[in-house]
Write a protein that binds this ligand. Structure first.
Ligand code: NI
Length: 171
């Protein structure tokens, strides 16, 4: 298995709508192995195909609490409740911002064999499913923040970049 470069904010592939895989075959399984490796190496709790430059409509996830898997062609329904929690993204590395999501969701899609799957999730797992499904629709979590929230993420990004360069953060 190998890790893949993760695309970051500004890369147009993150804004592309993705396509359902035509074949659920060994080649797809190998790609998915690499996506898991990339996600664990980052480390993150979810990774959508377009984050590694693929236009496939699928993602991998592991909430660190026993729920791990692959979902193609995800469709969310029965969104219920609301929870605001810090959220980040491997494609916007560093910042976190309080983001409001449905507390519970039902996710339908297809597994690595192309067979239907149907999962009801709550809390972090529900948040991951919403975040990754957004990715596959060309959407990022910062799109769900208000202007102040988005500005805060951009400020955090600038500070992190300055720290990486060894400058003192500008205020
Ligand atoms: Ni993300």
């Amino acid at each position: 298995m190998t890790t893949m470069p993760i695309r970051t904010l500004g890369d147009p592939v993150l804004r592309e709508r993705t396509r359902v895989p035509e074949r659920f075959d060994a080649a797809l399984a190998r790609l998915v192995d690499d996506m898991f490796e990339t996600m664990y190496d980052a480390p993150g709790v979810g990774l959508a195909a377009n984050q590694v430059g693929l236009v496939g409509r699928f993602f991998v996830y592991d909430d660190g609490d026993g729920h791990r898997g692959f979902v193609a062609d995800p469709e969310l329904s029965e969104l219920d409740g609301e929870e605001t929690h810090d959220e980040g993204c491997l494609s916007i590395p560093g910042p976190y911002a309080p983001t409001t999501r449905a507390l519970r969701v039902r996710l339908r899609g297809r597994d690595l064999e192309g067979s239907p799957l149907d999962i009801t999730a709550e809390g972090l797992l529900a948040r991951i499913f919403q975040h990754e499904t957004d990715h596959l629709n060309g959407m990022l979590y910062i799109d769900r923040l208000d202007d102040a929230g988005r500005r805060d993420v951009m400020r955090q990004l600038r500070e992190i970049e300055q720290l990486r360069r060894g400058d003192a953060p500008a205020r």
